[in-house]
Design a protein. Structure first.
Ligand code: HAM
Length: 450
């Protein structure tokens, strides 16, 4: 039997419904925040990620899926979405569009050759946003607020925003020197990669997976102590906007991010759910003002964020969030002979087009088997088509819950089902009057009646 590749998943059944629901919430949220959908290729020239994400990052040195195509080109399956969006922004001259900034979002698979474990996959799906062309701290705050609002809209309660700033070029240089001075006397205690990182990119020592437990990391210099005045003011502005938006966060000076393109704001959002394990960062992002010109475009300040949909779905399951996933159907149409089957085909088509969720029989089951199948599908109504009723332009429709059966004229079946399904939904409301308030409450409708 051929098995799926390590670190990859088949998403199906209820889990697939949860994914689709999450994606529908994302699409609705993106409309509110006025972002346009962007779809960039799954593979790009390897150089894009080497120059964009960084030569010394784990993602590029250890985790990238590289191959040479039949034309001899060096190709990489994208490990993340930002570099591709920036390439597209430059190539399609989006910077020339008068309506700056360009606000885009994507939702697609990324590939990282990681050691697979819970929440860490080789094929992962990311939803991400990028704002290209704004240096305003308000855009940093917008991206963070958008991420938090997405998690809240989905029903997650236990989330924590960790916020930090890496500062501008000058601040980063000062910080780099401080890290070199700090690690140099002890570098023999670190792995071979970190020895190379010391001179090339000492920031990457801080997120080395091999040396993660070395106590020297804990007491290493912190970025915030090396911010120049301008960077500090900018960071304060981001916090001010977050406060105005009532987005809670914690300053966490150990957040440096594992990708090279960041400066100024960086953040990670954790799910504080029991059972999540160590891969509990739901989403992360930050500002990357130098990336567009580094990839040969005009200087353009940018900020963005991405969240792994797999981790998000896992958090929803662990927090046992109740999601409005449709798991039942409206009507199951049953038949015995070919004439009734033809009518089932016709009626299913009519009712589906009218907006109902309709199923029928496709595997030759007898009536008993069809009733069982209707139960498996949690059918609200069943209908056994029989030639006699059909000749009278009628059908019998049975409410599967109350077991009440009505003989319905086919001319009014849509109205009948509509009415019945709506009244069923009303019955499920929070109180008898249907005022749609959750939990224990004083019923406004009754008050009005009085
Ligand atoms: P990242 O931190 O590498 O950032 O990934 C963002 C999110 O993708 C993570 O927080 C996590 O939820 C998910 N993720 C990453 N790797 C894996 C994995 N192996 N398995 C499952 N989920 C994973 C970026 O990718 C940046 N491009 C974010 C960004 C956008 N920065 C600015 N704009």
């Amino acid at each position: 039997m051929i098995q799926r590749q390590k670190g990859c998943h088949d998403i199906y059944g209820r889990e697939a419904k949860v994914w689709k629901f999450v994606e529908s919430v994302i699409d609705a949220l993106m409309e509110k925040y006025h972002y346009n959908y962007i779809r960039t290729p799954l593979f790009e020239a390897s150089e894009l990620f080497h120059r964009g994400v960084g030569e010394t990052t784990d993602i590029v040195t250890k985790e990238s899926y590289d191959f040479v195509d039949k034309g001899g080109r060096n190709i990489t399956l994208r490990p993340e979405g930002t570099a591709g969006v920036v390439r597209s922004f430059i190539e399609n001259k989006m910077y020339g569009d008068p309506s700056q900034p360009v606000k885009v979002y994507y939702n697609g698979t990324m590939y990282r050759y990681e050691r697979p474990q819970s929440g860490r996959d080789r094929e992962l799906t990311q939803f991400g946003v990028e704002i290209l062309g704004s240096d305003d701290p308000l855009s940093d705050a917008e991206v963070i607020s958008l991420a938090v609002n997405l998690y809240k809209m989905l029903g997650l309660k236990e989330i924590k925003v960790n916020l930090n700033s890496l500062g501008d070029k000058e601040s980063r240089m000062a910080y780099r020197e401080a890290l070199i001075d700090y690690f140099k006397p002890h570098i023999d205690e670190f792995c071979e990669d970190c020895k190379v990182r010391l001179e090339k990119n000492p920031l990457r020592i801080l997120d080395c997976k091999v040396d993660a437990d070395n106590p020297l990391l804990k007491n290493a210099p912190k970025t915030l102590d090396y911010l120049n005045e301008e960077s500090r003011d900018r960071f304060e502005k981001v916090q001010e906007y977050l406060d105005i938006m009532q987005i809670s966060y914690e300053i966490n000076p150990s957040i440096v991010r594992g990708l090279d393109y960041y400066n100024h704001t960086v953040f990670e959002i954790e799910a504080k759910v029991e059972g999540f394990g160590s891969n509990n960062v739901l989403g992360a992002g930050g500002r990357y003002n130098g990336l567009v010109d580094q990839l040969d475009g005009p200087e353009t300040p940018c900020v963005g964020f991405a969240t792994g949909i797999g981790r998000l779905v896992m958090a929803l399951e662990l927090e046992q969030v109740k999601l409005p996933i449709v798991e039942d159907i409206d009507l199951f149409l049953m038949y015995v002979n070919e004439e009734e089957k033809k009518y089932a085909a016709y009626l299913a088509q009519e009712l589906r087009m009218a907006g109902f969720i309709v199923e029928t029989e496709y595997t030759g089951r007898g009536l008993k088997g069809q009733f069982k199948q209707a139960d498996r599908y949690h059918a609200k109504f069943t209908c056994v088509l029989n030639s006699e009723d059909l000749n009278n332009n009628e059908v019998k429709i049975k409410n599967n819950k109350t077991k009440q059966e009505d003989l319905i004229n086919l001319d009014v079946i849509i109205y009948y089902l509509d009415e019945m399904i709506h009244s069923m939904e009303d019955d499920e409301d929070c109180c008898e009057c249907g005022c749609h308030q959750e939990g224990e409450h004083e019923c406004h409708c009754k008050k009005e009646e009085e």
